[in-house]
Design a protein around this ligand. Sequence first.
Ligand code: ADE
Length: 239
Amino acid sequence: MRIDVVTIFPEYLEPLRAALLGRAIERGLIEVDVHDLRDWTHDVHRSVDDSPYGGGPGMVMKPQIWGAALDEVCATPARLIVPSPAGRPFTQAMAHELAAEPRLVFACGRYEGIDQRVIDDAATRMPVDEVSIGDYVLIGGEVAVLVMVEAIVRLLPGVLGNQLSHEQDSFSDGLLEGPSYTRPEVWRGLAVPEVLRSGNHALIDRWRRDQALARTYERRPDLLAALPEDALDQHDHAV
Ligand code: ADE
């Protein structure tokens, strides 16, 4: 997969080159290119924003500069993602969908956003999604890109050591993941649940499922309500 990011703060994206993502780059599993939007400016101040039509606070990013940047960066076919608090919610299902794309381009807006015509114009030539990572407002899209890229790239074959680890993730079966434990057996007077040391795998699977159901019921009842009817078996209903 190839990932391009256009931003006025390229240094914000440096964490992409660290840890697991950095290793995925070194191993050729992903290719990442970060572009400075100001490279497409022509004035001495390299300005990228202007005041909004209709008045109001903040600044809007100018269409000409974004237009030129996206013409160049999206010259080879890509799916364009524009992080925005006004976008569709980013979910694990969307991470899976985007992980199947050969090429993603992220356009990071700052200030009050990007002139809408940039998005509308791009949408005549390529798939475009405005995407929000949650119901809160960040200063810009850069951190949202870090979040999305991490969620997407860890799903690519070979990135995680153990392919099973993301099959058991929270959300992969519509539920939150239950608690995990490692040695020692007792720590600060707290014991690891007996069942996990029983060696009875059917019992362990049932216990984990019950924990996931109980946790989801308590913390995210909205997720339980959204499960399809056949997602719960008889035992689940008893929990
Ligand atoms: N930019 C500002 N806030 C954002 C959010 N919640 N999600 C995505 N991009 C954003």
